[in-house]
Design a protein around this ligand. Sequence first.
Ligand code: GLA
Length: 393
Amino acid sequence: MVELEMLRTAFERQCGRSPAWIVRAPGRVNLIGEHTDYNEGFVLPMAIEREVLIAAAPNGGARLQLRSTAVDAPATIELAQPVRPVVAGDWSNYPRGVVAGFIERGIRVGGLDLLIHSTVPLGAGLSSSAALTVATATVLEASARQRLDPLEKVRLCQEAEHRFAGVPCGIMDPFIVSLARQDRLALLDCQSWHARSIEFSDPEVSVLIVATNVRHALAHSEYPLRRRQCEAAAAKLQVRALRAVSEPELARAAAQLDAISLKRARHVVTEIARTQQAAAAITACRWSEVGHLMYLSHESLRCDFEVSSPELDRIVEIGASIGEEGGVFGARMTGGGFGGCAIMLMRSAAAASVMQQVSAQYAQYFGVAPALLVSRAAAGAGVLQELPVSERA
Ligand code: GLA
C-alpha cells in the first residue's frame, strides 16, 4: 500500500524514529436511511475504500503532537491541563474531543507524536470527521493497551463531535467507521444500537459515489435545525422519537402538526420504512427495487426534508435518464445534504459508460466535472501495524 509506506517514511523523517503504531479508519456512504439516525430509526451505511491513517509513537512527554500531511502547522494537546476545544472550525478539535473522552473515562493517555494522512476527501460528505475521531480513538486504545467497549468507543467519538466540533450528529458515522465489515452493509437500528450485517458483495453491482465538490454554507445551520424540528414534531405527537410513529398514525395525527413539522416527520417515518425494505431487497438481490427506493428517498429528502441541492438533484436526474437500460438502478443524495455526495447503484459492467455520461452531463450543466469514486464495502477501523516494544526507539 503506497499510502502506508509514504506515511511511515514521512513519520521517520519528521519524528526521527519509526512509528510504534499505524492505524486506519475509513470514510463511509449511506445507501439509504437519511436523517433517521437521530430519530432512532434505521440506516444502511457501508465503509468505503478511502481512509484516515495515523502513524504514532510515544514521545515520553506530557503532550500529544499532531501533524497532518494536509496542514502545515502542527497542533499540540497538553495533557497536564484540561483538554478543551480551540477556535471553532479547527481540525484539531476532533482529536482533542477524543482525548478528553479517554481522560474522562479514566484511561491513561501518554505523550505521543502523531502524523495523520487522509485519503477521504475533506468536507465531501464522506465522513472524514468520523474517520479522524475513530482513528484517533484507535491509536489511543493501542497506546494505552486498553480496548474500549466497541459501542462506548462509538459514543465517545460522537460526543467528541458534539462537544468539541459543535455538530449534533447521530451515531451512524462513528458506528460504521468503527464497526463496518468488508463486503457488508450494516442495517443499524439507532434505537437499540444493534446492527444486522447485510451481505453486499455481488460483483455485478457497484456503488458509484459522485462528489459535487460543493458544500453550501447552509449545511452548518440547517442540520441542527432539522434535528430540532424532528424533536418538536415528536414532542407534539407525544413520543420520544419519530421512530415510534407509523405511517397510518402520522396520517391520523396530521392535523396536530404544522405544515413544516408534518413534512419533516413524513420524511423520517417513510424513510425508516424504505430502509428496512431496501435491506430485504438487497438480501434478495432485487436491485431494481433497491433503485426505486433510492429514488423515493431522494424525492422525500428534496421535497419533505428539504436538504438537497441543485447539484445533487441534477446527479439524480442524470442517473434516472441513463436508467436501468443504461445500467443505473437508482440514485440519491447521501449524508447530511446541501452539497456533498450522491450515490448511484449501477451494473458493474456498465460502470465505464455510466461514469463517462455522469461526468459529461454534470460538467455541461455546472461547468466543472464531479469527482467520481467506485467503492466496495470496506472494513471498519483497526490497527494495521504495531512495533514490538523491544523495537521502539
Ligand atoms: C450526517 C450526520 C449523520 C446523519 C446524516 C444524515 O452525516 O453525521 O449522523 O444524521 O448526516 O443521515
